[in-house]
Design a binder for this molecule. Structure first.
Ligand SMILES: [Zn+2]
Length: 424
């Protein structure tokens, strides 16, 4: 993709400041999309690198087991929630449907679960949420496994491995995409761009600019940029952008090769098999970007749909999208709490402890180097000990302290007033 000033202007026009627009380009470069960095190694679903600050420093000590063990005893450590997306061996899946770095093979997942069961206490999110809500200290050896989105391989590949090891996990399902009723927008965008034979993308959203699609690397950069723009957009704009891109790429729903998401029977069977099913919104749009009505609908509708499917209460929620953009704030956390969810998990890495409110629990995203369980061990260790200082976490923490009781005339507007802006 060409880094021309017009393009940055377009990003700015979609709610990105000039600085943020520049950061996006920087992220894409640092994330392995720039020259000489190989194949998108550590880029998460937002196009952000999953390694920063303490992480990078900590990994230097990953083989120093006594130091790592000693540090785990420090009082401010917490448990860890792991964030997976897809377990799949199909070479046509990773890259064309889901970002390559979010897919792990069945062999790798098998090894990781075996390690977790042997060395940690694997529990479900409900148990962790109960401990946090009741103010109990969380055992730092505790780990919870979670999956986002609801891909069909969660049932076909991950579920049998979890059962084999006697482990439990929590699956956060995007309810509007169950059985591919509507194609998850992240998949639709990626599939359209990756499969197109067109060398460039021109559509109304990006004006006269032509986005380079001439190489796989250029396509990844285009996906990262357009994804970031969609996440900054309200629900109507987001849908328009995705449809425009699909049309410009000559891609329609009919071109999907196989089923992408789980169906109701599969979700029900996993629930009956001891897994926890949580909600992940209806459409996967970025919740702080949509209108108040849409936000309340996304949270409440996803809960209602899953409760109807499972015949029991659904009490756990995962905010869609990751940490580069603000994917939750005080308003979204309040709406999630008011809808009756007992916990909300984020995509910000950090320890799960009493330090954070139960509606913004940190999670550690699994990255490709975690295929080596020594790296996974090191990442878990540093997630336990880190102190994330993300503005959304600070905001929800402050807001939850000022609102001791649930319900009762909660003010839906966040302290920054962003909600009113998005709704207007
Ligand atoms: Zn997601």
């Amino acid at each position: 993709m060409r880094k021309d000033p017009d393009m940055r202007e377009r990003g700015r026009g979609r709610g990105l400041t000039g600085e943020e627009s520049r950061c996006l380009w920087g992220d894409a470069d640092r994330a392995g999309l720039g020259p000489g960095r190989g194949d998108v190694p550590y880029i998460d679903e937002n196009g952000a690198i999953s390694v920063d600050g303490l992480w990078g420093f900590g990994r230097a000590f990953r083989n120093c087991a006594p130091l790592v063990r000693a540090m785990s005893l420090l009082p401010w450590g917490g448990a860890t929630i792991l964030r997976y997306h897809s377990v799949n061996d199909d070479p046509g899946w990773a890259g064309d449907y889901v970002q390559r770095s979010l897919v792990v093979s069945t062999d790798v997942f098998d090894r990781q679960v075996a390690y977790l069961v042997e060395r940690h206490r694997v529990v479900g999110v409900p148990e962790l949420a109960d401990a946090i809500a009741s103010g109990r200290r969380v055992d730092p050896r505790t780990v919870a496994i979670t999956f986002d989105d609801g891909y069909e391989d969660n049932y076909r590949c991950a579920f049998p491995i979890l059962r084999k090891h006697g482990a439990t996990a929590t699956f956060y399902v995007t309810t509007g995409a169950i059985s591919d009723e509507s194609i998850l927008w992240t998949v639709a965008l990626r599939h359209a761009i990756r499969r197109t034979e067109s060398q460039g993308l021109k559509c109304g959203t990006f004006g006269a600019c032509s986005i380079d699609l001439s190489t796989p690397r250029a396509k990844e950069k285009a996906i990262a940029f357009i994804t970031a723009v969609v996440k900054r957009s309200g629900e109507r704009e987001a849908l328009e952008i995705v449809n425009e891109v699909r049309e410009a790429c000559g891609n329609s729903r009919d071109t999907y090769d196989s089923r992408i998401m789980m169906n109701p029977d599969e979700i029900r069977e996993m629930h009956e098999g001891g897994m926890t099913i949580g909600a992940h919104s209806v459409t996967h749009y970025n919740l702080p970007s949509v209108s108040t009505d849409a936000l309340v609908g996304e949270v409440g509708e996803s809960k209602r749909a899953l409760e109807e499917l499972l015949g029991c209460e659904v009490e756990h929620f995962a905010y869609p999208n990751g940490r580069t953009n603000r994917h939750f704030d005080a308003t979204t956390a309040a709406v999630v709490a008011d809808a009756g969810f007992r916990s909300g998990v984020t995509s910000i890495a950090g320890p799960v402890s009493r330090r954070y409110p139960v509606h913004c629990l940190p999670r550690l995203g699994i990255v490709p180097h975690d295929a080596d369980v020594r790296w996974l061990a090191a990442d878990i260790q540093y997630a336990r000990l880190s102190r994330p200082n993300h503005s959304s976490l600070r905001e929800v923490t402050a807001s939850s302290r000022s609102r001791p009781t649930r319900g009762g005339g909660r003010d839906v507007a966040g302290p920054t007033g962003e909600r009113q802006e998005a709704a207007s």
